[in-house]
Design a protein around this ligand. Structure first.
Ligand SMILES: Nc1nc2c(ncn2[C@@H]2O[C@H](COP(=O)(O)OP(=O)(O)O)[C@@H](O)[C@H]2O)c(=O)[nH]1
Ligand SMILES: [Mg+2]
Length: 380
């Protein structure tokens, strides 16, 4: 009989694994390669990338957007940055953060209605301010306004703050697609009185192909509703309309809970899977739209996931995302203690207490995952 050897390849990039040439593709440490019981291996490069807080992340900011922000900077305009509290990582954009550094800034943290009501508003405002500060922008929680723009709640305090802070300069409403910029401006327009001799206009921002709405604020300044930065790394951009409707919560997301011991996993609809690869028994809090079914698999790793997915037992699923090759896998080694989140852009997140666990996360190819301090702290 011929001798048959299984060729071991990086689970992420597919490179043939080797332990001799650190500079070449597919390099792993000799002891890693010697461990023949590990079924899934990553080359060193992919493993390092998987340890970033955010992966993958492609730059999203167009040259037109840069042109617009350069104008904002030149005119010392006020930036109103709208973020989505449920899909925070989608709407908090590192490439944009560095561009608005130094400009007057107000943050509207929208979709408050989707997060549990019992979470103190102060905590959410502090979390958002903290994330902006970590990104290098000076922001206190007083500059963060929570909003639920689909409800008829008052926004006049936000409009007042904007008017005070802009000091008769222009205002640019920026943020990701779907964060709520247009809805915010529509709310303002309800009480808007045009005191200028110019009209509200929609058209391309000067020198760009960005479609903006331009609203005269006084004799010399405007507010701009700008197109959102795209959601390339969000699960939402991969889904058909039906699964998208299931994934995007319409009402308050109620926390569900589960506990995982080593080898167990949570299947998040047919769209993602999180396994406790290494670590002590871990209590998990789950934050996903209620239409996303959560199932626990006791063991046997990914095989159970793909078998159930094929049988149509995991909902929601998307027809175009069903084979192992449609998924990326990441290992996240949790080095921080305290309340931690591991999330999937556009889908939701899990929270747990960090104790050196390693989690393996499967997501549709190209969808970003993150590991951060918890947005919603556990009750002590
Ligand atoms: N649950 C909830 N949904 C919201 C809220 N604000 C906006 N949305 C939803 O998000 C969608 C996008 O809002 P839009 O203002 O067009 O976002 P833009 O792309 O930033 O201009 C809307 O169609 C709403 O369904 C909110 O406060 N709560
Ligand atoms: Mg809009």
């Amino acid at each position: 009989m011929s001798k048959l050897n299984f060729v071991r390849r990086c689970h992420n990039c597919g490179a043939i694994l080797q332990d001799e040439r650190p500079e070449d593709v597919g390099y792993v440490l000799p002891e890693t390669l010697a461990n023949t019981s590990a079924r899934v291996l990553f080359c060193n490069k992919c493993f390092d990338e998987s340890r970033y807080n955010f992966a993958p992340r492609t730059p999203k900011v167009s040259p037109d957007f840069l042109t617009m922000l350069a104008d904002a900077e030149a005119s010392d305009a006020l930036i109103v940055y709208v973020v989505d509290l449920f899909s925070f990582e989608n709407s908090f954009i590192p490439e944009v953060n560095s561009l608005v550094e130094g400009l007057p800034l107000i943050v509207v943290a929208n979709k408050r209605d989707l997060l549990p009501e019992e979470v103190p508003d102060e905590d959410l405002r502090e979390y958002v301010a903290h994330r902006f500060r970590v990104a290098g922008l000076s922001l206190t929680r007083d500059d963060v306004y929570l909003a639920s723009l689909t409800s008829s709640a008052e926004v006049s305090h936000i409009s007042k703050a904007i008017n005070e802070k802009r000091r008769r300069h222009d205002v640019y409403f920026i943020g990701a697609e779907g964060a709520g910029k247009t809805l915010l401006i529509t709310s303002f327009l309800r009480n808007y009185k045009n005191s200028s001799n110019r009209v509200v206009q929609t058209g391309n921002y000067p020198g760009t192909s960005l479609a903006v709405m331009q609203i005269p604020l006084d004799s010399s300044s405007y507010a701009y509703d700008t197109p959102g930065t795209s959601l390339d790394n969000s699960l939402l951009s991969h889904l058909d309309p039906k699964s998208k409707r299931a994934v995007m919560p319409m009402v308050e997301v109620k926390q569900r809970t589960e506990s995982l011991t080593e080898g167990e996993s949570i299947m998040i609809g047919g769209l993602a899977r999180i396994e406790l690869l290494k670590g002590e028994k871990t209590h998990i809090r789950e934050f996903f739209s209620k239409k996303v079914e959560l199932h626990k698999a006791k063991s046997k790793g990914e095989a159970v996931f793909f078998k159930k997915l094929a049988a149509g037992d995991l909902l929601p699923a998307c027809p175009s995302i069903s084979a192992p090759a449609d998924f990326d896998a990441y290992d996240i080694g949790v080095e921080e203690s305290g309340d931690r989140d591991i999330g999937i852009a556009g889908l939701g997140w899990i929270s747990f207490i960090g104790e050196g666990q390693t989690f393996r996360v499967y997501v549709p190819k190209g969808v970003s995952i993150y590991s951060t301090r918890s947005k919603i702290k556990s009750k002590k």
